[in-house]
Design a protein around this ligand. Structure first.
Ligand code: SF4
Ligand code: SF4
Length: 365
């Protein structure tokens, strides 16, 4: 496994970094629907398979990498995959599995788990993986046929951007159309983050633009570190550069992209405006308190403890609807929920349809 020596930053320095939390409310006045570009015939299943990771990034929390939530057994995994695929495919919904960790590729049964998902269900379900890219080029090449999409995060303390570039280009040449990279922009390693972003832009061949992600101060919260204007502008510039690629995807109406592309809509005037979920987080436009939200209908979440909840951020106990060890007892959600949260920090939670007023619920059965 490829791993560089960690460029360690003491925790006390992090606590001194400023954070940003102010909101921008203007756009909420203009639009009354926030909708998916590719329609509603898919269900996204974000599944945190376990919390073992080969890295221990300073800005991460131990419950994301310390191994305290073990990977499921293959028998549990298979039962859950079959139950979820059958339920949604029967209702004509494609399941889009999005597998997260920890670092999923360090699970020694992971290749077998991917084979199980690829053989489940009656519709053309898809498998997306989120990874730090540390496994060897050989490993990725061997398993490429089992994945529909891979989202890599570059973590500047421990990862090697040249290695990730080789992995991404290999997967793309193996036929995976949607492979992307985001730089986890840690302000303390600004120079290295820009160096990596610029290297990706110049050397990737996957056709997907490079993400320059503002980091949450504590994972799962809304507050990001503060980025000076010159830094923010340079990040946005890198994100705006087209990366060379031989295949292009119509992201606007594609469902094969995580997070899915979204649009702001004014149902009175018919105005419809493209909304990139990364930009929403950048610009602090990610809050829908009081709106009706299709979380639970368009997306569900499975926690590292094996609990099924609606949103990754807002999936509180009252929104629990099953456990992976008892798939026969799962009560799948049939309606969405009113948002009671100040912020919606998770990209795939953001990418669910939301209505300013109760216009309609999309029925699930
Ligand atoms: S790679 Fe991801 S899960 Fe692992 S320590 Fe870093 S931020 Fe946490
Ligand atoms: S926090 Fe939950 S309910 Fe609120 S907008 Fe996000 S996904 Fe929807």
């Amino acid at each position: 496994m490829f791993q560089l020596k960690k460029k360690s930053i003491p925790l006390e320095e992090i606590s001194n970094l400023k954070t940003m939390s102010e909101k921008n409310m203007d756009y909420l006045e203009e639009f009354d629907v926030f909708e998916r570009g590719g329609g509603n015939n898919t269900i996204l299943v974000d599944w945190v398979l376990g919390n073992t990771c080969d890295y221990s990034c300073t800005y991460c929390t131990p419950n994301n990498y310390d191994g305290s939530s073990p990977w499921p057994t293959l028998a549990v995994f298979k039962n859950l995959v079959n139950t979820v695929s059958s339920y949604y495919n029967y209702r004509n919904k494609i399941v889009r599995w999005n597998l997260l960790g920890g670092e999923v590729t360090v699970w020694k049964e992971f290749s077998k788990a991917l084979e199980i998902i690829n053989n489940a269900g009656t519709l053309n379900n898809s498998v997306s993986i989120q990874s730090n890219g540390s496994r060897s080029v050989r490993w990725w090449k061997k398993n490429a046929h089992l994945m529909s999409e891979v989202l890599f995060s570059y973590h500047p303390e421990q990862a090697d951007y040249k290695h990730i570039t080789k992995v991404v280009n290999t997967l793309f040449s193996e036929g995976i159309d949607n492979v992307s990279v985001s730089v986890m922009f840690y302000p303390k390693l600004e120079k290295l983050c820009f160096e990596a972003g610029e290297y990706f832009v110049e050397n990737l061949t996957c056709g997907n633009r490079v993400g320059m992600k503002p980091l949450q101060k504590t994972l799962g919260t809304a507050e990001t570190f503060e980025y000076e204007d010159r830094v923010r502008l340079r990040m946005q510039h890198i994100e705006s550069i087209d990366v060379q690629g031989t295949r292009s995807i119509n992201l606007g109406e594609s469902v094969n992209h995580i997070p899915q592309v979204m649009y702001w809509v004014n149902t009175t005037t018919g105005k419809r405006v493209y909304a990139d979920t990364n930009d929403l987080s950048h610009s602090r436009l990610n809050h829908w308190k009081g709106w009706d939200c299709n979380i639970g209908i368009e997306k569900i979440n499975i926690t590292g403890g094996g609990i099924l909840v609606t949103g990754s951020h807002c999936g509180s106990e009252e929104n629990t609807f099953g456990n992976i060890t008892k798939p026969e007892a799962i009560k799948f959600p049939t309606k969405g929920q009113v948002c009671t949260w100040d912020w919606c920090p998770c990209g795939s939670d953001i990418a669910t349809t939301k209505y300013k007023k109760h216009i309609r619920w999309i029925k699930n059965d």
